[in-house]
Design a protein around this ligand. Sequence first.
Ligand code: NAD
Ligand code: DAU
Length: 378
Amino acid sequence: MTHQPQSLLVTGGAGFIGANFVHYWIQRYPAHRVTVLDALTYAGNIENLASLREQPHFRFVHGDIRDFDTIAQALRDAAVDTIVHFAAESHVDRSIHGPDAFIDANVLGTHTLLKAAKAVWLDRDNRAVHRFHHVSTDEVYGTLGPEDPPFEETTPYAPNSPYAASKAASDHLVRAYHHTYGLNTTTSNCSNNYGPYHFPEKLIPLLIVNMLAGKPLPVYGDGQQVRDWLHVEDHCRGIDRVIRHGNAGETYNIGGNNERPNMEIVTLLCGLMDDVFRHTPALGERFPQAPPTEGRSCAELITHVTDRPGHDRRYAINAQKAMQALGYRPEITFEDGLQQTLAWYLENETWWRRVMAGSYRDWVDLHYRDQTSPEATR
Ligand code: NAD
Ligand code: DAU
């Protein structure tokens, strides 16, 4: 049966995918109410939503998913019928240095959100029409060998990093709230996203900003780890389909059918950056440290560094279920998507300079001050 949302609560809507999703949704469904609830951690930027301030149906709540009362009130205030749950600690490297924050936000936070949804939708409103969509990751399935078939929804969970384990735990809680209490849940497990508003601690935006600053491009280990890259807008389209057409209690894999070794990404981006400088000489004045300013290639910045502990070798997604049952299809080719993303970072220098200042810098200093590890290059 089709679910028809009218009023959404988007947790983590000031982060990378959440913000893209909010823009996508408001553009596509301008009559719907959208409430964003976000704690504005280092990864959340209210600026990502600034252009929506005047939208009549948009509201921002500065709050934490571990705060039951705040969530329950937000659900009641806007008569929310659909939760889209993005809020999480999302960076694998950070989970290796400080797992506690991941358990707090991803496990306890998701559980508090589930409890509030149950209290308002099932207990108070006597099973009002609702949907709880949980945004998860392919990392819960663990790692693949070169010849293994891609992850399916039935692949056993085998999370390897504290981040992946915390997401796996949250997926199980969502499942349990459906099975035990009848909460109308769906879960999507997606592969690596890229696109606008991506925090420059993750591979693609980090490479872009380091090239512009003439800093080393840190490649973990041999750089032959494989990820399946998907443009964030395609992920949003997939989530839209799951929310409206997915079956309660089901999980859906979302991916780009676009497996690439990390070294290929690095080389591709270096080529794109060299080209863009060649065709736009004015960039040389803005970014004097970038190698192409002096006619050299960004590839000279590539630096192999110590590998990430427990680094998963390969992820790959089988998205047949979402394709067949929901009509999901990625629409943006990797080449177009990467070019658009690079153009976005060149146009939004103020954005990335600002998000990289402050607490993010403190974190890098704390953990990587004396090391010749990738973070030390930032
Ligand atoms: P992000 O780190 O960019 O954003 C996370 C957002 O959640 C931030 O706005 C942050 O302020 C907010 N947040 C964190 N803890 C919170 C709390 N306790 N209460 C309220 N808000 C809180 O993350 P992202 O890359 O946009 O990922 C969003 C979701 O998608 C996550 O659940 C992640 O596991 C999942 N996911 C990400 C990818 C990817 O490639 N980035 C792929 C698949 C799934
Ligand atoms: O697969 C989905 C996951 O993708 C999401 O659940 C996570 O939230 C998201 O952060 C992402 O995790 P990854 O660990 O795959 O993304 P990251 O950008 O950190 O790294 C991508 C690959 O690049 C990975 O193999 C590690 C490598 N890498 C990363 C960084 C930051 C480097 O070689 N150098 C780097 O400096």
